[in-house]
Ligand binder design. Structure first.
Ligand code: F0G
Length: 381
């Protein structure tokens, strides 16, 4: 075996903070260790002094943050003898479940809403060999069916109601603190099922235990049951801010939404599974929920691609859309260090990207003259 320092995934990296033992067979595709990129151009446009970083989770193996939780959930499913995993999905969870099941040599069953899955995600689930079940319904219908059918079939649910998913996903918070040397002041992220905001808070809480063995006074989340006391890395935790698309914003409405709609299909969810825990995160962190329109979401996606060279899917861009609005209004004060999670890669949803760029392509004859004219005309002031 070579003896270099090859990165082998988040379970190996953070294994002393994750529920695995020495004999656990780890199912990994090298997930985690994603870049925390400082935005260089966009912050100037706000007219405010802020540091904004994006955690580019689209660079995980299947192109979304789901791989963090899936590595952990499939590892434990295999350890417990499961031969099949099952999830409902708006797309990314199904892509991730399909890939990790393939890696593990087990079967993935994925339930998706017909016609509401971005093309890249559907391609992933299919090519990895998942059994893809389209339903004439939405994600929330799929989630209900997953819970019902799991009682009748020998399958492990790998939606974020599986606690191992959140254990894997909490490592994103560890990486941010490790990279910055401190917790950010604000952490902004999209909220759909609300598993990810919950997982980040678990991570920040575990990392904020005092080095002397005391749990920080503010840390109520895991008080009494946490095995990380005395292993703190930082004394602070961020304010957590969750953004939802206006057409599917149950946390803004204060109640479940029956017919969610948004261009950001990943977060087209009206009945979030982690409802109670997300409210708890908001309360404990002193944070808030807010909503963005589809137009704001798409504008932020375009801004990131055109001004920073970073391509994320629409659902991810909502974290930047909302953060910029809150920075401009002063709700996020000047001098803050802000992290926005870009949950999925832009290539997941090529249709929406291309639709945003009507007229962005020139078609000319294959001659020097025609190409030269196209270039010079485009450069004309
Ligand atoms: N961003 C993307 C790209 C997602 O795919 C999801 C959720 C979220 C944000 C919201 O995260 O649910 O933890 O609040 N996608 C799930 C799926 C529902 O099936 O792929 P959350």
């Amino acid at each position: 075996m070579p003896t270099g320092s090859r990165y082998t995934g988040l379970i190996e990296h953070y294994r002393d903070r994750l529920p695995v033992s020495d004999s656990t067979r780890i199912i990994s595709l090298g997930e985690g260790n994603t870049p925390l990129i400082r935005l260089e151009n966009i912050p100037h446009e706000t007219g405010r002094e802020v540091e904004i970083y994006v955690k580019y989770e689209g660079l995980n193996p299947t192109g979304s943050f789901k791989d963090r939780g899936m590595s952990m959930a499939v590892t434990r499913a295999v350890e417990e003898g499961s031969r099949a995993v099952l999830c409902a999905s708006t797309g990314n969870t199904s892509a991730s479940a399909a890939a990790y099941a393939a890696r593990a040599g087990i079967t993935a069953f994925v339930i998706i809403p017909e016609g509401k899955i971005a093309l890249g995600k559907l391609a992933q689930a299919m090519i990895h060999g998942a059994v893809v079940i389209q339903i004439r319904g939405n994600f929330d219908d799929g989630m209900r069916l997953v819970k019902e059918v799991a009682d009748h079939a020998p399958v492990t649910i790998v939606n974020s109601i599986n606690p191992y998913r959140l254990q894997g996903q909490k490592t994103a918070a560890f990486e941010i603190v490790d990279a910055l040397g401190r917790a950010p002041d604000y952490h902004c992220l999209p909220v759909g099922n609300a598993g990810n905001i919950t997982a980040h808070w678990i991570g920040y809480c575990e990392y904020s235990h005092q080095g002397d063995g005391r749990v920080t006074a503010a840390c109520k989340y895991c008080a009494g049951e946490c095995r990380y006391a005395g292993r703190g890395v930082t004394g602070t935790r961020p304010v957590m801010v969750g953004y939802q698309a206006s057409g599917s914003a149950p946390f803004l409405r204060g109640e479940m939404v029956d017919h969610p709609e948004t261009v950001a299909t990943a977060i087209r969810i009206g009945h979030p599974q982690s409802w109670d825990s997300a409210w708890k995160v908001k309360e404990e962190s002193g944070g808030w929920f807010d909503e963005c329109s589809d137009a704001e979401i798409l504008a932020a996606q375009k801004l990131l691609t055109s001004r920073e060279g970073i391509f994320c899917e629409p659902a991810s861009a909502i974290s930047v859309a909302g953060a910029l609005r809150d920075i401009r209004s002063g709700r996020i004060p000047e001098g803050s260090c802000v992290v926005c999670t870009l949950t999925g890669h832009g290539l997941k949803d090529p249709d929406t990207a291309i639709r945003q760029c009507e007229g962005g392509m020139l078609t000319v004859d294959a001659t020097l003259d025609a190409v030269k004219r196209a270039i010079l005309d485009s450069m004309a002031p």
